[in-house]
Design a protein. Structure first.
Length: 190
């Protein structure tokens, strides 16, 4: 019972810890080829980004988001990597909202967030200028709207699911398999 009283403090600690782990030594390693490639593509015009990514295995959405980010904040290594940190933390928030829908036990919700906050893979990829955390955010958002649509079949939730799923496809092509799996679940649930 006391855990529920301290829920907000624990949530805040989890989010602060997640940010600290992702920001710690964010500039310790040099940019590697894929990060430099992302930066190079994002320096072009929107039309050039779309045409260059047409010959690449990655769709253009991340490069466009990175272009806007660097226009606002700068193209320093720390600034560009902070985009991935921010996307990771927003993903953690969306994950929390999903757990509120799916898990009735507060301890289970906090455990899910703890695992996410401490995930070595997510921490590692949050310190890279790559599209993985944007894809994670869009995929989790599509899952959230899918859950909302299944529990309350209203057109707006279906439309928002389709938008989030489509945007995730414009970030990372392999998301098509995840989107197909979600669609199959929806078929069997209805």
């Amino acid at each position: 019972m006391k855990l529920v009283n301290y829920k907000n403090v624990l949530l805040l600690l989890l989010f602060v810890s997640a940010v600290a782990l992702r920001v710690y030594d964010i500039d310790a390693k040099n940019m590697w080829f894929d990060e430099i490639y992302s930066w190079k593509i994002s320096n072009g015009s929107i039309v050039k980004i779309i045409s260059e990514s047409a010959g690449d295995i990655h769709p253009p959405l991340f490069y466009i988001v990175l272009k806007v980010w660097t226009f606002i904040f700068s193209d320093s290594v720390v600034s560009m990597r902070m985009l991935s940190v921010m996307l990771s933390i927003i993903s953690m928030f969306v994950l929390y909202i999903i757990t509120k829908k799916l898990l009735s036990n507060e301890i289970q919700r906090l455990l899910v967030l703890l695992l996410f906050a401490l995930s070595p893979l997510n921490i590692f990829y949050s310190q890279e200028v790559r599209m993985l955390n944007l894809n994670l955010l869009l995929t989790l958002t599509s899952v959230y709207f899918f859950i909302r649509y299944v529990s309350t079949p209203r057109g707006i939730f279906g439309a928002l699911y389709c938008i989030a799923a489509t945007l995730s496809l414009y970030t990372l092509l392999c998301t098509v398999y995840f989107d197909r799996a979600i669609s199959l679940c929806g078929h069997y649930l209805s």
